[in-house]
Design a protein around this ligand. Structure first.
Ligand code: SF4
Length: 178
Protein backbone atom coordinates (compact mmCIF):
# COMPACT_ATOMS: atom_id res chain seq x y z
CA UNK A 1 0.00 0.00 0.00
CA UNK A 2 1.49 3.38 -0.94
CA UNK A 3 0.40 6.92 0.03
CA UNK A 4 0.30 9.10 -3.10
CA UNK A 5 0.33 12.51 -1.48
CA UNK A 6 -0.89 14.37 1.57
CA UNK A 7 -4.45 14.72 0.20
CA UNK A 8 -5.51 11.34 1.59
CA UNK A 9 -5.19 9.23 -1.59
CA UNK A 10 -4.03 5.66 -1.14
CA UNK A 11 -2.89 3.32 -3.89
CA UNK A 12 -3.25 -0.44 -3.46
CA UNK A 13 -4.20 -3.64 -5.29
CA UNK A 14 -7.30 -5.81 -5.00
CA UNK A 15 -5.10 -8.69 -3.87
CA UNK A 16 -3.62 -6.62 -1.03
CA UNK A 17 -7.01 -5.23 -0.01
CA UNK A 18 -8.61 -8.71 0.20
CA UNK A 19 -5.59 -10.08 2.03
CA UNK A 20 -5.72 -7.15 4.50
CA UNK A 21 -9.39 -7.86 5.19
CA UNK A 22 -8.79 -11.57 5.70
CA UNK A 23 -5.86 -11.31 8.05
CA UNK A 24 -7.48 -8.61 10.20
CA UNK A 25 -10.79 -10.38 10.67
CA UNK A 26 -9.90 -13.91 11.72
CA UNK A 27 -12.93 -15.53 13.33
CA UNK A 28 -12.06 -18.69 15.28
CA UNK A 29 -14.54 -21.43 16.03
CA UNK A 30 -15.52 -21.54 19.71
CA UNK A 31 -14.21 -24.93 20.78
CA UNK A 32 -11.83 -26.08 23.50
CA UNK A 33 -10.72 -29.63 24.21
CA UNK A 34 -8.61 -29.62 27.40
CA UNK A 35 -6.32 -27.52 29.62
CA UNK A 36 -4.90 -25.44 26.74
CA UNK A 37 -8.41 -24.12 26.15
CA UNK A 38 -8.24 -22.27 29.49
CA UNK A 39 -5.24 -20.33 28.19
CA UNK A 40 -7.13 -19.66 24.95
CA UNK A 41 -10.04 -18.24 26.99
CA UNK A 42 -7.52 -16.14 28.91
CA UNK A 43 -6.20 -14.73 25.63
CA UNK A 44 -9.75 -13.80 24.59
CA UNK A 45 -10.58 -12.13 27.93
CA UNK A 46 -9.92 -8.54 28.97
CA UNK A 47 -6.20 -8.74 29.80
CA UNK A 48 -5.05 -9.77 26.33
CA UNK A 49 -8.26 -8.91 24.47
CA UNK A 50 -8.03 -10.74 21.13
CA UNK A 51 -10.93 -8.62 19.84
CA UNK A 52 -8.55 -5.73 19.22
CA UNK A 53 -6.86 -7.85 16.52
CA UNK A 54 -10.22 -8.55 14.89
CA UNK A 55 -10.23 -12.07 16.36
CA UNK A 56 -13.83 -12.73 17.36
CA UNK A 57 -14.95 -16.21 18.39
CA UNK A 58 -17.96 -17.60 16.54
CA UNK A 59 -20.35 -20.31 17.69
CA UNK A 60 -20.88 -21.90 14.27
CA UNK A 61 -18.30 -23.44 11.89
CA UNK A 62 -20.25 -21.83 9.02
CA UNK A 63 -19.17 -18.39 10.28
CA UNK A 64 -15.59 -19.28 11.28
CA UNK A 65 -12.39 -19.25 9.23
CA UNK A 66 -9.90 -20.26 11.92
CA UNK A 67 -9.76 -23.49 13.91
CA UNK A 68 -7.66 -23.20 17.07
CA UNK A 69 -7.17 -26.75 18.30
CA UNK A 70 -6.59 -26.17 22.02
CA UNK A 71 -6.15 -29.40 23.94
CA UNK A 72 -5.71 -33.14 23.66
CA UNK A 73 -7.35 -34.68 20.59
CA UNK A 74 -8.51 -38.19 21.39
CA UNK A 75 -9.40 -40.55 18.56
CA UNK A 76 -13.07 -40.43 19.51
CA UNK A 77 -13.32 -36.65 19.04
CA UNK A 78 -11.08 -36.47 15.94
CA UNK A 79 -13.87 -37.27 13.40
CA UNK A 80 -16.07 -34.54 14.92
CA UNK A 81 -13.23 -32.00 14.63
CA UNK A 82 -12.67 -33.02 11.00
CA UNK A 83 -16.38 -32.62 10.28
CA UNK A 84 -16.35 -29.11 11.78
CA UNK A 85 -13.28 -28.25 9.69
CA UNK A 86 -15.10 -29.40 6.56
CA UNK A 87 -18.13 -27.28 7.49
CA UNK A 88 -15.97 -24.12 7.64
CA UNK A 89 -15.97 -22.12 4.39
CA UNK A 90 -12.76 -21.50 2.39
CA UNK A 91 -10.33 -19.86 2.87
CA UNK A 92 -9.67 -21.25 6.34
CA UNK A 93 -6.70 -21.77 8.63
CA UNK A 94 -5.73 -23.99 11.53
CA UNK A 95 -3.56 -23.30 14.58
CA UNK A 96 -2.60 -26.11 16.95
CA UNK A 97 -2.18 -24.76 20.46
CA UNK A 98 0.08 -26.80 22.75
CA UNK A 99 2.02 -30.04 22.59
CA UNK A 100 -1.07 -32.28 22.60
CA UNK A 101 -2.76 -30.77 19.54
CA UNK A 102 0.58 -30.39 17.72
CA UNK A 103 2.05 -33.85 18.33
CA UNK A 104 0.19 -35.82 21.02
CA UNK A 105 2.01 -34.08 23.91
CA UNK A 106 2.52 -36.21 27.01
CA UNK A 107 0.07 -38.85 25.72
CA UNK A 108 1.84 -41.21 23.28
CA UNK A 109 -1.02 -43.68 23.62
CA UNK A 110 -3.34 -45.68 21.35
CA UNK A 111 -6.30 -43.42 22.21
CA UNK A 112 -4.72 -40.04 21.41
CA UNK A 113 -4.22 -38.52 17.97
CA UNK A 114 -0.50 -37.83 17.59
CA UNK A 115 -0.90 -34.46 15.92
CA UNK A 116 -3.80 -32.64 14.29
CA UNK A 117 -1.92 -32.56 10.97
CA UNK A 118 -2.71 -36.26 10.59
CA UNK A 119 -6.27 -35.33 9.68
CA UNK A 120 -6.27 -31.68 8.51
CA UNK A 121 -3.62 -29.20 7.29
CA UNK A 122 -2.09 -27.05 10.06
CA UNK A 123 -0.75 -23.53 9.39
CA UNK A 124 0.84 -22.64 12.73
CA UNK A 125 2.05 -24.89 15.56
CA UNK A 126 2.35 -23.37 19.05
CA UNK A 127 4.58 -25.34 21.44
CA UNK A 128 4.14 -25.51 25.21
CA UNK A 129 2.19 -27.38 27.86
CA UNK A 130 0.25 -25.18 28.05
CA UNK A 131 1.46 -22.22 25.98
CA UNK A 132 0.83 -18.82 27.60
CA UNK A 133 -1.83 -16.53 26.13
CA UNK A 134 1.12 -14.53 24.76
CA UNK A 135 2.09 -17.68 22.83
CA UNK A 136 -1.33 -17.81 21.18
CA UNK A 137 -1.13 -14.09 20.41
CA UNK A 138 2.26 -14.63 18.76
CA UNK A 139 0.86 -17.60 16.80
CA UNK A 140 -2.01 -15.46 15.49
CA UNK A 141 0.45 -12.72 14.46
CA UNK A 142 2.49 -15.36 12.61
CA UNK A 143 -0.65 -16.57 10.85
CA UNK A 144 -1.47 -12.98 9.81
CA UNK A 145 2.04 -12.68 8.40
CA UNK A 146 1.61 -15.94 6.48
CA UNK A 147 -1.73 -14.80 5.01
CA UNK A 148 -0.10 -11.52 3.95
CA UNK A 149 2.78 -13.30 2.26
CA UNK A 150 0.57 -15.76 0.38
CA UNK A 151 -1.95 -13.17 -0.83
CA UNK A 152 -5.24 -14.35 -2.27
CA UNK A 153 -4.15 -15.66 -5.67
CA UNK A 154 -3.55 -19.18 -4.43
CA UNK A 155 -7.31 -19.55 -3.89
CA UNK A 156 -8.06 -19.05 -7.59
CA UNK A 157 -7.59 -22.77 -8.18
CA UNK A 158 -9.92 -23.65 -5.29
CA UNK A 159 -12.63 -21.37 -6.73
CA UNK A 160 -12.15 -22.92 -10.16
CA UNK A 161 -12.43 -26.47 -8.73
CA UNK A 162 -15.58 -25.44 -6.87
CA UNK A 163 -17.11 -24.02 -10.05
CA UNK A 164 -16.34 -27.23 -11.97
CA UNK A 165 -17.78 -29.25 -9.10
CA UNK A 166 -21.15 -27.54 -9.07
CA UNK A 167 -21.29 -27.61 -12.86
CA UNK A 168 -20.66 -31.35 -12.78
CA UNK A 169 -23.45 -31.81 -10.25
CA UNK A 170 -25.79 -29.86 -12.53
CA UNK A 171 -26.54 -27.27 -9.86
CA UNK A 172 -26.10 -24.36 -12.29
CA UNK A 173 -26.25 -24.11 -16.08
CA UNK A 174 -22.85 -23.98 -17.76
CA UNK A 175 -23.39 -20.53 -19.22
CA UNK A 176 -23.61 -18.85 -15.77
CA UNK A 177 -20.21 -17.79 -14.41
CA UNK A 178 -19.64 -18.33 -10.69
S1 SF4 B 1 -0.41 -29.49 25.96
FE1 SF4 B 1 -0.42 -29.68 28.21
S2 SF4 B 1 -1.80 -28.05 28.89
FE2 SF4 B 1 -2.21 -28.38 26.69
S3 SF4 B 1 -3.90 -29.85 26.61
FE3 SF4 B 1 -1.97 -31.01 26.53
S4 SF4 B 1 -1.56 -31.57 28.67
FE4 SF4 B 1 -3.05 -29.90 28.69
Amino acid sequence: MAMLNSNGFVLTTVDELLSWGRRNALWPLTIGLACCAIEMMHAAASRFDLDRLGVIFRASPRQADLLIVAGTVVNKVAPMLKLMWEQMPDPKWCITMGGCASAGGPFPTYSTLQGMDRIIPVDVYIPGCPPHPQGLLYGILQLQKKIKEKGVKKYDKAFEDFRKDIERQGLIPREINV
